[in-house]
Design a protein around this ligand. Structure first.
Ligand code: GLY
Length: 366
C-alpha cells in the first residue's frame, strides 16, 4: 500500500515513520520538514497542567499519548541514532499572587476530581524544590507526570528514522489534495492508495480539502522566546505560571511561551509580546534576566472549535486527516501516529480516536 503524507511536522513525520514500520510505502511532502509549528513549540508535555474544563475526551487522549512517550522516543532514538531530549522532569504550577492562587486552587480541585496526580505545595515547599523561583511566589502545585521533549531534536530524529525506514521526503509545497493524489506547487502529482493530511494550521488551506475540515481548522498564533545561559538553567522542572511557562533544558536553553492570538496567518514577532513574556518569566524566575535572549519566533497552532484534533477518515474515500492538534501537537504525536498507521494498515480506526473523527464537524459547521 502506498501512502502520501502532506506535512512534515511532528505529526506527519511520526505517522510516516510508524506507517513505514507497518510495511507501507510512504512519501512525505513538505518544503522544510520540522520547520512549521513543531520548530517553534517549547515541547512541554503537559496533559495535567494544561487540562481544561469540559475537555475530558481530549485529556484521555493526551494522557494516553504521554503514557506512550518513553517507548516512542526509545524506539525513535534507536531507529535514528538521534537523541530527542525527552526528560521526565515534572512540572511545577506557580501562583505569583492571591488571584493566581485562587485560580490554581480551583484547578487543583478539578484535577483531583478527575483522579489526576497533583500535589499542592506551600510557597516554602515550592522554593525548596525550585530555589530559582522568586521569593514572593504564593504557592503552587507539583505535577510529577508532566514532562518535556525537545521538538527540534524530535523532528530531526523523525527525519532520520523516516529516511532509514525508506520513507521518501519530497521538498515540495502541496497545494491540492484529492482522495488519492497530492499536487505540489511545481505541478508534480503524487499518487497513493491513501493521502494523510497532516499540514497543521495549513490543513484547511489546500484545494480539495473537504469543507468540514477546511472550516474546522484555523491558525492560532503563539510567540515563543529562547534564552540561553552558560550552565544549567535556574530551574530544573517546567514552570507554569498564569501568564507564561518556562521549559528548561540540560544544554542551558530555557524556552518561554507563549501568546495565544487570533490573527490568521500572521507570524510577526511583536515587541509587546516579547516584553510581556519576559516580564512574566522574570517575575517567576528572576535569573532569567541574566540569560542571553537568543531567539524569538511565532508559530501557528492548528486550532479547532472544540480544541481537540481531527484524526481519522474523511467522507472523501482514501483521504485521512491528522490535524487540528492545537496546543498538543508534540504531545499527541505518538498516539496519533499509532492510530493513523493502524487505520491505514487495517482499515479500522482504533477506539482511542473514535471521539476525534473529522466528520464530527460535518453538521455543526455546514
Ligand atoms: N501547549 C503549549 C502551547 O500551545 O503554547
Amino acid at each position: 500500500m502506498k501512502v502520501v503524507v502532506v506535512g512534515g511536522g511532528a505529526i506527519g513525520l511520526s505517522i510516516a515513520w510508524r506507517a513505514a514500520g507497518r510495511g507501507l510505502t510512504v512519501t512525505v511532502i513538505d518544503p522544510e520538514p520540522g520547520r512549521g509549528a513543531s520548530g517553534v513549540a517549547a515541547g512541554m508535555l503537559a496533559p495535567v497542567t494544561e487540562v481544561h474544563y469540559g475537555e475530558e475526551d481530549l485529556l484521555a487522549l493526551n494522557l494516553e499519548s504521554a503514557r506512550r512517550y518513553p517507548e516512542f522516543v526509545a524506539g525513535l532514538e534507536a531507529a535514528s541514532g538521534v537523541e530527542t531530549g525527552y526528560r521526565a522532569c515534572g512540572t511545577v504550577a506557580v501562583a505569583r499572587d492571591a488571584d493566581d492562587l485562587a485560580a490554581l486552587e480551583e484547578l487543583v480541585a478539578y484535577q483531583r476530581s478527575l483522579g489526576l496526580e497533583v500535589e499542592r505545595l506551600r510557597s516554602s515547599e515550592l522554593r525548596r524544590l525550585e530555589p530559582g523561583l522568586a521569593p514572593g511566589v504564593r504557592g503552587g502545585a507539583l505535577v510529577t507526570g508532566d514532562h518535556q521533549v525537545d521538538p527540534r531534536r524530535l523532528t530531526s530524529a523523525l527525519v532520520a528514522a523516516c529516511r532509514r525506514s525508506g520513507v521518501v521526503l519530497r521538498a515540495e509545497r502541496a497545494v491540492a489534495v484529492e482522495a488519492c493524489s497530492v499536487t505540489s506547487e511545481g505541478g508534480a502529482v503524487d499518487h497513493g492508495d491513501a493521502v494523510v493530511l497532516a499540514a497543521g494550521a495549513w490543513s484547511g488551506a489546500l484545494d480539495g480539502v473537504p469543507a468540514e475540515v477546511r472550516r474546522a481548522v484555523r491558525p492560532v498564533k503563539g510567540q515563543v522566546l529562547r534564552l540561553r545561559g552558560p550552565g544549567e538553567p535556574p530551574i530544573s522542572r517546567n514552570v507554569r505560571g498564569a501568564e507564561a511557562y518556562l521549559v528548561p533544558r540540560h544544554d542551558g536553553e530555557v524556552v518561554v511561551g507563549a501568546t495565544v492570538e487570533e490573527r490568521g496567518f500572521d507570524t510577526v514577532v511583536t515587541g509587546g509580546a516579547v516584553h510581556e513574556l519576559l516580564r512574566a518569566a522574570i517575575e517567576l524566575v528572576p535569573d532569567v534576566a541574566e540569560l542571553a535572549l537568543v531567539e524569538t519566533a511565532a508559530g501557528l497552532r492548528p486550532g479547532t472549535p472544540d480544541n481537540a484534533p481531527l484524526i481519522g477518515a474523511t467522507a472523501s474515500e482514501g483521504l485521512v486527516v491528522a490535524g487540528g492538534h492545537y496546543r498538543n501537537g508534540i504531545l499527541l504525536a505518538p498516539v496519533t501516529a499509532d492510530a493513523v498507521a493502524e487505520l491505514l494498515a487495517t482499515g479500522v480506526a482504533p477506539p482511542e480516536i473514535t471521539a476525534f473523527s473529522p466528520q464530527r464537524f460535518e453538521r455543526v459547521l455546514s
